[in-house]
Design a protein around this ligand. Sequence first.
Ligand code: SF4
Length: 362
Amino acid sequence: MKGLYVHIPFCEHICFYCDFCKRVPKNQQMIDDYLSTLKNEYSRVKNNIFDTIYIGGGTPSMLSPKQLEYLLGIFLDQKTKEFTIEVNPESYTHEKGLIFKKYGVNRVSLGVQTFNEQVLHKLNRKHNNQQVFDTVKSLKTAGITNVSVDLIFALPGQSIDAVKEDLDMLNLLDITHLSYYSLILEKNTTFYNLYKRNLYKPLDIDIEADMFEFILDYLPKLGFKQYEVSNFSKSEDTKSLHNSLYWSLEPYEAIGAGAHGFDGKNRYYHTTNITEYITNSNITIEAQTEFMMYQDYLIFGLRKTDGISLIDVNKRFNRNPLVDFPKLNAFIADAYMEVKNDYLRFTKKGLFVSNQILGEFI
Ligand code: SF4
């Protein structure tokens, strides 16, 4: 399996929590120039056969219909199993949904974040709930039935009741997949600047843990099965193939400003300066040692609820994590982790604190 990630770094507005590579474009010419550079850069990787393509951002759906046709037309030589594009409800139109379908897009990742419109406003998001429902309906009519929604929890001032309200609203949407991340206070964001001036208070970490516990209990009642720390699918067929490549350390190419790729041996990245990318799309290679890849394999693999096969680790790296990282045995003894049928994985109790545990043993 091999994937292609394509980054569109343009947004109509900047959300207060976002530290992705993005900017409000100077004008339409800037977007056209960027797309032209992307097309040129694609020639670097086009000899590959890609099983998955993921167009992320930024906000790919803010491109005009003509720009979308140009962008999606770049990949007409590929016959992918999964072709995803990220969409924000306020910039989606039915015309764009029909263009997605025409060019083989078969999965949409929809940025909803919360159904509480007052909180959306505080995050500087610009859509409303009606637009979310209209977008899903229109995508279905256009023939795109595999729709994933992004939500965020641990929002400032949020309660568990408010999380339940979000999930009950989500349940009214006919979707296949959910990505549900907690809000992280990142540097270089509006929230971080407010935090430094004591004008923003992140949610208490214990409340966040309770929320996550609630989410893990509630989502199965709505038909979602967790398969990764933050990802839930209604069926086997609708798990994200593209993200599964990241979690299994499979290779993926990446084009676009700020995009990171992995060729199976080394990682590489592009400049995050969008103007610079337009004139020079060169990549910078970051050599990886075998041990670095081994660590990544564990860090990403343990995010999957299935965990990692110790036999596979041995075949791939000729190593045993339980020997290399003795702290793992303590986490197993404390029932945060377990080894079952050769698979090392987090228990439910361990999933709540998986990030801290991964940070501690590797
Ligand atoms: S969260 Fe998405 S829409 Fe908001 S600024 Fe970041 S990339 Fe743009």
